[in-house]
Write a protein that binds this ligand. Structure first.
Ligand SMILES: NC(=O)c1ccc[n+]([C@@H]2O[C@H](COP(=O)([O-])OP(=O)(O)OC[C@H]3O[C@@H](n4cnc5c(N)ncnc54)[C@H](O)[C@@H]3O)[C@@H](O)[C@H]2O)c1
Length: 364
């Protein structure tokens, strides 16, 4: 899949068994200088030997930096240690960082590469579904500040992306489902045929059938690539990628980023956004109902259990993507087509959250 970002287009290679073929795939794109690999300990144990083997003829020795898995490794301190490692390993301006892992590794390694010596090349080798369909494409890199996710970062497009779908077999069911939520989002905002595929082949999707996964990852990269190419710096049209994220992010924040995964929160957020879109008259109810239905078939939640978290509208307002007054949301027009609407008033928001919470949204 070609990502046509103006000035620095790149290719996303999607398939299976690609780790072993990295040298052949990447030879034209790789800079001449020293390579270093960044991974997390879980992914490194499973796949580092395959990647290094695949690079075999290119490098005799691959310096590798391994972080602890998880969001807590995405810090400024971790970036500083990585910069020092790159320096000590002899990586210079003509060098390259290979990010082998999920979105955490991709964001941290991308950020370190973007800033080390004012920016060196990065190749993304995403190993989680979320990273293959979303994080590895688009050039956003970041680290977290305490209680402020992705607060420090830069745009830095990769030189290439290698998404080998066979590695998704070892992903935990929870992380796999979390990635599926982003797949559904991508289909909803830009690919009605992908949505049909998810509906028709949900059993194969859940079973991680390699052929279906290849199709899904390639289609998602194409949709995201087109959106990113039109709005690289997230100043306008890229906003539709936030479908389901206004409520999703607020739910994560209300729970202190514990409990639900990001994907579960976004799934609930998408079910709500679909319902709100019908209430606001942007979308026919039958069309909107396909969203919670497909999410459920993929094992994702679509309703809010227990008490409605306090202060949700405020958390949605303080979402960094929101603009006062009221709240802007990404609304559904039809599957495959969304647009930003608003501001939605606080009253409308309250009413729709209450309706969604009480289950009114799920009645035929
Ligand atoms: N840059 C972007 O545009 C963008 C977009 C979306 C999300 N993100 C970021 O991505 C991060 C979340 O990404 P994630 O869900 O991949 O999290 P992650 O990187 O923490 O990976 C999830 C877990 O799965 C493990 N794992 C990864 N691949 C595996 C495999 N093939 N087999 C077995 N285990 C594997 C990891 O070790 C980790 O424990 C967040 O920090 C988020 O901010 C960035």
């Amino acid at each position: 899949v070609r990502i046509a970002v103006p000035g620095r287009p790149y290719t996303v290679y999607v398939g299976h068994g690609l780790l072993e073929r990295t040298r052949e795939l990447l030879a034209p794109q790789l800079p001449k200088g020293k390579l270093a690999v960044v991974s997390d300990s879980t992914v490194a144990r499973l796949y580092l030997h395959r990647l290094v083997g695949g690079l075999g003829g290119l490098v005799s020795e691959v310096p590798t930096w391994t972080i602890r898995p998880g969001e807590r490794s995405k810090t400024v301190g971790a970036a500083r240690r990585l910069w020092q490692f790159l320096l000590a390993s002899g990586v210079r301006r003509d060098g390259c960082v290979m990010a082998l892992g999920g979105g955490v590794v991709g964001d941290l390694a991308g950020f370190a590469a973007a800033t080390f010596m004012r920016g060196i090349s990065v190749v993304q080798i995403p190993t989680s579904l979320l990273a293959q369909v979303d994080a590895a494409v688009g050039g956003k890199t970041a680290v977290n500040l305490p209680r402020a996710k992705n607060m420090v970062g830069v745009f830095h497009q990769p030189a290439a992306v290698v998404a080998s779908v066979d590695v998704l077999r070892t992903l935990s069911p929870r992380h796999y489902r979390s990635g599926l939520a982003e797949v559904v989002k991508t289909a909803v905002v830009g690919d009605a045929d992908l949505f049909d595929l998810l509906e028709e082949r949900s059993t194969d999707v859940v079973a991680r059938n390699c052929d279906v996964l290849g199709e899904i990852v390639a289609r998602c990269c194409r949709v995201k690539g087109d959106i990113v190419a039109a709005d690289e710096r997230d100043l306008g049209s890229r906003e539709v990628l936030n479908f389901g994220h206004t409520l999703g992010h607020a739910l994560e924040e209300a729970a202190g980023f514990r409990g639900r995964t990001h994907g579960e929160a976004v799934a609930i957020g998408m079910a709500w956004a679909a319902d709100l879109s019908t209430v606001l008259g942007h979308c026919a109810p039958a069309e909107a109902r396909r969203i919670p239905a497909v999410l459920r078939s993929l094992g994702l939640p679509t309703s809010l259990r227990g008490a409605l978290p306090k202060g949700l509208p405020e958390l949605m307002r303080w979402d960094k993507k929101a603009r006062a007054p009221g709240i802007r949301v990404v609304a559904l027009e039809s599957i495959g087509s969304c647009r930003v609407v608003g501001p939605v008033s606080e009253e409308e928001l309250h009413a729709s959250l209450e309706r969604f919470h009480s289950g009114g949204a799920h009645e035929p």
